[in-house]
Ligand binder design. Structure first.
Ligand code: DMJ
Length: 575
């Protein structure tokens, strides 16, 4: 017991301060131990606090990224994944969830409703025919019975998410579309509407039936290029392949009709891997380039035997227009590479020529593009030439900064003039062409309106390229004028006279292919058919930009849409 008591009192003496006061070394040791432990604990706590702060920050970062990812996913639904080798598809239904301006969304719906009205009327009264005559409620075969309106509408239906309508049209293409017609078809019209419409439907949907049909009709058109110069005849019999030019041209080929097949035939070569289509149409540009004038302005008639131009009108309107448009667009379609540089060069030369045709009205100083015969300028501009502001804006970014803004300004000035072609009439719809007499600004010449798209096409490009919402307002005003004057019980009609509003009896196929599509895109996010990934043919059919094929070095076709896909397979392109 005595031993226990004495060892316990020895243990407790360490708690007695007097013990340390007598032993300063141990006191110092104790102090050092206390400071070290305190520092260690403080250090741990600081670390924990810092980690907690870091975790909080990371959590916030994760949340922010999740929100961004959500937004990007929405974008992806309506855009097309940029890839050279995968099929693309857009699901427009998801657009409803997009956080766009509510006014834009409402306007987009109104345009979609207009398309539905036009399409439903066509389905009801003109199914399978080229065009609908809405007043008499019947179909007419203005293009040989190729279902022009149906084919022209495929991509518009697809982009608008009108799936059932698209599907019914697809079945007609698969089961009833027959090109073996003893009919003298326009090479130009058949190419831009039928080849272009089918290729666009193929690029969007991935359904190989469209490519098969595009190849079928292109093969029937191809003999038109078998001329001494390679400049095509503009008319060909679809069953027999006999080609010729219309009598009223005096045997000549028309500039626009001969130089507006490049995009479609190059696209066909890319998708089939067969360069023969591309070779025929690119040769036309090579031939024209040999005698290309310094101002890049070609008269509208070309001799298909000699490959030289005849003395005739120079214009950015009827019969000239899309030749210039395709010089620029083939350069874009060719990824702006060295291989297609001559297209850009020719286009820039033509733009110098265009500048020489630009004049201003008095008293309001509207800028317009005049026409030319010989050395004389004619103060006239077609509404058809109102595609030019869009084309100039599209090409402006390829210049250096000074020229770029100069051309963009010109595009904006011309678009203002074109918009005023509409605003200056009682119906607020443009006539077919305008004359400019000093002191009177603009006067309608031919006063019909056949639902043409060129002005809204330019508004679409200008809105996309400048972000200026004014162009949306102008487009909306034009749309409302169509609604007011052209909408009838069974579709849409043109006007015989924009002054009186008297209606005609024709719903042109380009109203569904172009006018309504450009209006719809004017109120859609820019990622829908992005201009970085698609190029529109002159009938507003978007073609996917893919790598060029080099003739003579044929390889596997560009692998966009190489296998048929049904809509049930879901989205592709990474949505
Ligand atoms: C369309 O067929 C095409 O836009 C063509 O280039 C010109 N004419 C019509 C529309 O007006």
């Amino acid at each position: 017991m005595a031993r226990t008591r004495s060892s316990s009192s020895i243990r407790w003496r360490y708690l007695n301060p007097a013990y340390y006061l007598k032993r300063p070394k141990r006191l110092a040791l104790l102090f050092v131990a206390f400071v070290s432990i305190s520092f260690f604990v403080w250090d741990r706590q600081t670390l924990v606090r810092e980690h907690e702060e870091e975790i909080l920050m990371l959590k916030e970062e994760v949340e922010r990224l999740q929100i961004e990812l959500g937004e990007l996913k929405h974008e992806d639904v309506v855009s097309v994944k940029k890839t050279n080798t995968t099929t693309t598809k857009i699901d427009m239904k998801k657009m409803d969830g997009l956080a766009t301006d509510p006014v834009e969304a409402q306007r987009r719906e109104k345009v979609k409703d207009a398309m539905l009205h036009a399409w439903t009327s066509y389905e009801k009264y003109a199914w399978g025919h080229d065009e609908l005559q809405p007043q008499s409620k019947n179909g007419v075969d203005s293009f040989g019975g190729l279902g022009a309106t149906l084919i022209d509408s495929l991509d518009t239906l697809y982009i608008m998410g009108l799936d059932e309508q698209f599907q019914r049209a697809r079945e007609w293409v698969a089961d009833s579309l027959d090109f073996n017609k003893n009919y003298d078809a326009s090479v130009f019209e058949t190419t831009i509407r039928v080849v272009g419409g089918l290729l666009s439907a193929y690029d969007l949907s991935g359904d190989s039936i469209f490519l098969e049909k595009a190849k079928d009709i292109a093969d029937r058109l191809l003999p038109a290029w078998n001329t001494p110069s390679g400049i095509p005849y503009n008319i060909i019999n679809l069953a027999h392949g006999n080609a010729h030019n219309p009598g009223w041209t005096g045997g000549d080929s028309i500039l626009a009709d001969s130089g507006t097949e490049q995009l479609e035939f190059i696209a066909l070569s890319q998708r089939t891997g067969d360069s023969k289509y591309q070779q025929k149409v690119e040769n036309v540009i090579t031939v024209l380039n040999k005698t290309f004038p310094d101002d890049g302005l070609l008269p509208i008639y070309i001799n298909p035997h000699r490959g030289t131009h005849s003395h005739s009108t120079i214009t950015f309107g009827a019969m000239g227009d899309s030749f210039y448009e395709y010089l620029l667009k083939v350069w874009i379609q060719g990824n702006k590479t060295a291989e297609v540089k001559h297209y850009r060069d020719m286009w820039e030369t033509s733009m110098k020529g265009l500048l020489s045709l630009v004049r201003k009205t008095a008293p309001s100083s509207f800028t317009y593009i005049s026409e030319k015969i010989g050395n004389s300028l004619i103060d006239k501009m077609d509404e058809l030439a109102c595609f030019a502001p869009g084309m100039i804006a599209l090409g402006s970014s390829g210049y250096g900064p000074d020229d770029s803004s100069k051309f963009l300004n010109l595009a904006e000035e011309l678009a203002w003039t074109c918009y005023n072609f509409y605003q200056s009439t009682p119906t607020k719809l443009a006539g077919e062409n305008y004359f400019f007499h000093s002191g009177q600004d603009m006067t309608v010449g031919t006063s019909w309106n056949i639902l043409r798209p060129e002005t809204v096409e330019s508004l679409f490009y200008l809105w996309r390229l400048t972000g200026n919402k004014t162009y949306q307002e102008w487009g909306w005003n034009i749309f409302q004028a169509f609604e007011k004057n052209s909408r009838v019980e069974s579709g849409y009609v043109g006007l015989k006279d924009v002054n009186t509003g008297v209606k005609d009896n024709m719903m042109q196929s380009f109203f569904l292919a172009e006018t309504l599509k450009y209006l719809y895109l004017l109120f859609s996010p820019p990622s829908v058919i992005s201009l970085d990934e698609w190029v529109f043919n002159t009938e507003a059919h978007p073609l996917k930009i893919v790598p060029r094929i080099v003739p003579g070095e044929e390889r596997k076709p560009s692998n966009i849409n190489v296998r048929a896909r049904t809509r049930k397979e879901g989205r592709f392109g990474g949505f």
